[in-house]
Structures are given as structure tokens and as C-alpha cells.
Design a protein around this ligand. Structure first.
Ligand SMILES: Cc1ncc(COP(=O)(O)O)c(C=O)c1O
Length: 275
């Protein structure tokens, strides 16, 4: 996400920017923070794909009023079912604690604002006691693991750069990204054909290419209309719709094992050679 994207949709009613860091690739946080300050907007950042990512040497949480994060099923750090949020604001901390810890007034409220209020509002968002140590254990070795994973992924990405038709996501110069998913762009006149070809070749090599994030696209999933009674964006998200066929996606932690770096390089080589 960049400032120009926000400018296109901002109105006089806009209060804040909700953003995410798709697949671990960090938004343009420095410019977005400056823009938000200038326009009196808050930033709420969803870092579920980007545990440990940095912008300008700073953890991405530094750029937002609140950063929320999933540690769900197959995330880079997972506690099974777990999520969290961070803030530097005592006020926001207390509000989050108050709304999420129903019937357990936390001893660690930071301000006196809610001290004498009943704490029986809001849902129970506190984590399961077993999820926390599971996630914490991964956190202890996370930096080391990500360093190794990034070395493998960089090898794979260097290979893709040497191809004629495959490209990877652009990264802002000041970003130290992580990879939850690797997105490969197909730069070809018939991307659908190449897409299909990649899937078939991957299957024959027993390699996994993920598709579930793009079919159907969220806003086209009937459940959104049925459950929320909304049809977002008049059922049209032109960028997502046109991108859908031009990309394929790999679950990045598969490349923890260096052998898979070579196998996935082989896959894209085979596809390109046959075109
Ligand atoms: C950007 C983003 N935010 C939030 C979530 C939800 O996480 P959870 O499954 O822990 O509710 C996901 C799940 O993949 C996600 O991709």
C-alpha cells in the first residue's frame, strides 16, 4: 500500500488507514505514517503475514497506533488458534484489555480511565493458555529460522529473476520483509494458460501451488452477501480480479528445506522451456 492508493479513496469522513502487509511484503510505512500525521488519521496495521518484518530498521509495529496479528493455523508463528495486538498507547491498551477480557478486570490497566468500571462488556478474546507457550517457543528461535528461510527464498527469487516471464513482488528499499507466501507474477500474453501449465506441472512433480486465496476472491464469495448482507465495492475489485490469473503462490515455509528450492526452480524452468 502506498500513499497514492489512500489518496484515491480518502474522503472528508476518513478517520484512519487500515492496512496489511500482503504475504509478508511491507507497506510503504514511512510515507504512510507521514501522510497519516499530516491528515490526522490513525493507522491500524494487520501484521498477520509479516511477523518480525521491519521498515527502515524499525519493527513495523512502530508505525501504527495498533498492530494486530494472527498466530493462527499455518502462520509463520502459530499457536493453533491465537491472535494479538500491540500498541504504545496506554489508553488503547486499556480499551483493548477491557473489551477482550470479559469478567476479568486486568490488574495491569495502564490508566485510571476504566478503573472503576464494570468489566462485563465485550467478548472473551483472551488466548487459550496452551496456545501461548506453543507460540512463545517458536518466537525464541524465530529470528534464526527466518534468516535461514530468507537465504533459501532469495536463491529461489534470484532464479526467477533470470527467467523471461516470471517476476516477484516489488519490495520498498527500506524494507526487511519476511515471506509467509511467495507470489510469482506471470508476465506473458496468455497468463491463464501459463497458470494452468504451472499447476499441472507442479502436480506431476508432487509440488504444491496454492490457489485457495484467489478462487473465489473474498468479495465474490456468496457467504459475504448472505452473512453480512453486503456486496463490497459493488462486487468489483478490478485490480484483484485482473491479478488473480497472473499470479501463483507458494507457501514460503516449504522452502525451509533447501531441496525444495531446487525443486521449485525446476518447476518454473520446465514450464518456461515448454512455452
Ligand atoms: C491478513 C489477515 N488478517 C487476519 C487473519 C485471520 O487470522 P485468524 O485465522 O487467526 O483469525 C488472516 C488469516 O489468514 C489474515 O490473512
Amino acid at each position: 500500500l502506498e500513499v497514492e492508493h489512500v489518496e484515491k479513496v480518502k474522503t472528508s469522513k476518513t478517520k484512519g488507514i487500515l492496512l496489511l502487509h500482503p504475504w509478508g511484503n511491507v507497506a510503504d510505512m514511512n510515507n504512510l505514517r507521514a501522510y497519516a500525521d499530516k491528515n490526522n488519521l490513525f493507522i491500524l496495521s494487520d501484521a498477520s503475514h509479516a511477523h518480525g518484518a521491519c521498515f527502515g530498521g524499525q519493527p513495523i509495529g512502530k508505525y501504527s497506533e495498533i498492530t494486530c496479528v494472527s498466530y493462527g493455523k499455518d502462520k509463520l508463528i502459530s499457536g493453533g488458534e491465537l491472535g494479538g495486538a500491540t500498541t504504545d498507547s496506554d489508553q488503547l491498551w486499556d480499551r483493548m484489555a477491557l473489551f477482550s477480557q470479559v469478567n476479568r478486570i486486568p490488574a495491569d490497566l495502564q490508566t485510571s480511565t476504566y478503573k472503576y468500571m464494570s468489566n462485563s462488556i465485550g467478548p472473551k478474546y483472551r488466548p487459550h493458555a496452551l496456545s501461548l507457550p506453543i507460540a512463545l517457543d517458536q518466537l525464541n528461535s524465530y529470528s534464526e529460522r527466518i534468516l535461514k528461510l530468507n537465504i533459501n527464498i532469495n536463491k529461489f527469487c534470484s532464479y526467477l529473476k533470470s527467467t523471461r516471464i516470471f517476476e516477484i513482488q516489488k519490495v520498498y528499499p527500506d524494507v526487511s520483509r519476511v515471506y509467509w507466501k511467495i507470489v510469482v507474477f506471470i508476465n506473458h500474453k496468455n497468463p491463464l494458460k501459463v497458470n494452468k501449465f504451472i499447476l499441472e506441472t507442479a502436480k506431476s512433480m508432487s509440488l504444491v501451488i496454492e490457489q485457495d486465496h484467489y478462487s473465489p476472491l473474498l468479495h465474490q464469495d456468496p457467504i459475504y452477501k448472505e452473512y453480512y448482507n453486503i456486496s463490497s465495492c459493488n462486487n468489483s475489485l478490478p485490480n484483484a480480479e485482473s491479478l488473480k490469473n497472473k499470479i501463483v503462490q507458494i507457501h514460503a515455509p516449504i522452502l525451509d528445506d533447501e531441496n525444495f528450492v531446487y525443486k521449485y526452480c525446476e518447476l518454473f524452468k520446465t514450464v518456461e522451456n515448454k512455452l
